[in-house]
Design a protein around this ligand. Structure first.
Ligand code: SIN
Length: 327
């Protein structure tokens, strides 16, 4: 059978990390080895796919910027638009992998597989998980059907939809889960097996496109807690924030002190979006916060991406709410 042609984009992270010895699982340095070294560690990957690749960056993913996302989305789009390639695999640090995956899920318009993976243990560790994750990501990208699930996140042989995936553990190899919505499939015997299809709009159906500039509007996230003071809010307004994502209590609620601060921001035309620090369930419209937007089931960091991209495209508050609900 003809091998599929897969393009690898390496971004760094623990999958490219180097530790002091095989037991070093926490003090290692992320983003050290190259994409070619990663392929050399799994030589039989070339038996299943014709691989080409590039080192887009080689960083700890906490240093990812919004400019990186936009550049990466443009690069992935160019590759999937090229008829010679069948799919794309990205390797990325796990700490912000879910954000990059979701940004690509919204910005890359394609029906070809786009699979993003990483590792919880550095390349030098005993039982490093990177090589198997990389192999399974390539196996998934070789299956044309994988392109109809949006951007897929693959670690520990589990496939998650970018819309719902979250990193849920600081150290363990099963850190990536979709808490309430579940996995979309698994990889076994060298191929993906899908269980369910995410229904939110993504990739080919996404309403969002790459902005013309390589910056996005400033949209800070604020985590609410008992004893919180309101003095941070005028700072955001003076720092040119265009919207604010509030990580509220329960169903996205905040104290009277914070509510008054947010009302003042709204008078300065700054949007406010309610999310929840429960990290489960949905935040929906309530009369008490009638002029605020709500995040549906998006995490704060994913709601932020939607709002930034939608603002960059000039959408109104009503339109942004519709995109929050549907993407
Ligand atoms: C990173 O996110 O770059 C470091 C942590 C990891 O990849 O697991």
């Amino acid at each position: 059978m003809k091998r599929k042609r897969i393009y690898l984009i390496a971004c760094g992270g623990t999958i490219a990390g180097i530790g002091t010895d095989a037991c070093d699982l926490t003090q290692y340095k992320a983003g050290q080895t190259t994409w070619q070294e990663m392929v050399q560690a799994v030589p039989f990957v070339r038996e299943i796919a014709e691989l080409e690749g590039e080192q887009y960056c080689n960083i700890d993913s906490s240093d990812m910027t919004e400019a990186h996302w936009l550049g990466l989305a443009a690069r992935v789009q160019a590759i999937v638009d090229d008829p010679i390639y069948d799919g794309v695999v990205l390797t990325h640090g796990t700490d912000t992998l879910e954000e990059t995956a979701y940004a690509l899920n919204l910005l890359v318009h394609t029906e070809k597989p786009v699979v993003i993976t990483g590792a919880m243990r550095p390349a030098t560790a005993l039982s490093a998980d990177g090589p198997l994750n990389f192999l399974a990501a390539v196996q998934t990208a070789c299956d044309a059907a994988a392109g109809s699930y949006g951007v897929l996140v693959l670690l520990n042989n589990r496939l998650c939809a970018a819309r719902f995936v979250e990193k849920m553990d600081t150290m363990q190899v099963d850190a990536f889960q979709s808490r309430q919505q579940g996995y979309v499939g698994i990889v076994q015997d060298g191929k993906p097996e899908f269980y369910q299809r995410p229904v939110k709009r993504c990739t080919q159906q996404s309403q969002l496109y790459l902005p013309v500039t390589n910056t996005l509007p400033y949209v800070p996230i604020v985590y609410c807690h008992v004893g919180m003071r309101g003095n941070i809010f005028p700072f955001f307004a003076n720092d040119n924030a265009k919207a604010i994502i509030l990580v509220g209590m329960g169903h996205g609620r905040v104290s009277e002190v914070i509510k008054n601060e947010v009302m003042a921001l709204q008078q300065r035309k700054i949007l406010c979006v309610r999310t929840s620090r429960t990290f489960g369930g949905m935040v929906t419209k309530v009369d008490e916060y009638a002029t605020w937007l709500w995040a549906n089931s998006l995490s704060p960091q994913k709601a932020k991406i939607v709002v930034q991209l939608a603002l960059a495209q000039g959408y109104s508050a009503t339109q942004i709410q519709d995109i929050l609900n549907t993407h």
